[in-house]
Write a protein that binds this ligand. Structure first.
Ligand SMILES: N[C@@H](CCC(=O)N[C@@H](CS)C(=O)NCC(=O)O)C(=O)O
Length: 263
């Protein structure tokens, strides 16, 4: 079986890779999968669009990748050309539909074109947790990490907020990994794909103290060893990260937070 991928705004580069022979179960699943329209991922190095590239690499599905390596201006211009009202990465052209929200894009692709893959069985105990982390990644984790980053860039904190903060949302993820090896439970799933970006964001930008979370660090090491993740990096970050944000000079001191409001 051959897989095609194109890279670059300027031209089309065809990359061919041999995939392993499909098992009987994979053939049965493929028979249920809907035909996939052409998919173009508007991407910028190191951003959430890497989730979609990584997903497609895990699934062995074809896609076109639009970005100009190490050229943020050209990459942003291409994005604004297709999605001027909401220019965010990822924007995905799915057939003739233009989609944002990485979680929704992942669920659309898996549910329609790779049913049953990278997802625990619907009636399994893992399923509710898998779905919880799918949503937690953007809902609780990314939103708080980004809010703290913006505020703390203006004034490095000397104490923790009384509201749920970045430390607490990352700690909640750390505690879950004491019980399960993956955010999807027993097996790697799309919840892991969703969780990596905000955890990297929080740790690499010093929003939290990365040394406080050994289980997340061990999980990240397992992810970085995955062949599909490495293929994603080679294709989506060929010249490294572009326009990265500076790390915070200091993160909030760990420890107890002020008591929450009582009314
Ligand atoms: N919740 C959205 C977030 C998309 C998003 O904000 N992407 C960032 C890059 S990681 C972006 O394009 N930001 C540009 C901006 O905020 O102007 C998703 O999961 O896709």
């Amino acid at each position: 079986m051959r897989r095609a991928m194109s890279v670059g705004i300027a031209g089309l580069v065809l990359a061919l890779a041999a995939a392993p022979a499909p098992t009987l179960a994979a053939q049965a699943r493929a028979a249920k999968a809907a035909p996939m329209p052409p998919i173009t991922i508007y991407h910028l190095e190191g951003r959430r669009s890497e989730r979609i590239v990584w997903l497609m690499e895990e699934l062995g599905l074809p896609y076109q990748l639009e970005f100009k390596p190490a050229d943020m201006a050209a990459t942003s211009a291409a994005l604004r050309g297709i999605n001027p009202a909401m220019p965010v990465f990822p924007t995905v052209k799915y057939g003739d539909q233009v989609l944002v929200e990485s979680g929704a894009i992942i669920e659309t692709i898996v549910n329609r074109h790779a049913p049953g893959r990278l997802t625990p069985a619907l009636n399994s105990p893992d399923y509710p947790y898998h779905l919880m982390w799918m949503h937690y990644a953007e809902g609780s984790l990314a939103s708080r990490a980004i809010a703290d980053y913006r505020v703390w860039m203006i004034q490095p904190p000397t104490a923790r907020s009384r509201l749920v903060d970045s430390e607490q949302v990352v700690q909640f993820a750390e505690d879950y990994l004491a019980k399960q090896p993956w955010f999807g439970g027993a097996e790697f799933s799309t919840a892991d794909i969703m969780m990596l970006f905000p955890l990297n964001f929080a740790m690499q930008l010093n929003i939290v103290d990365k040394d406080q979370f050994p289980r997340i660090n061990a999980w990240r090491a397992k992810i970085e060893a995955r062949p599909a993740y490495r293929r994603m990096l080679a294709k989506a970050r060929p010249k490294g990260m572009v326009g990265g944000l500076p790390a915070l000079p200091a993160h909030a001191p760990p420890g107890p937070r002020p008591a929450p409001p009582t009314r």
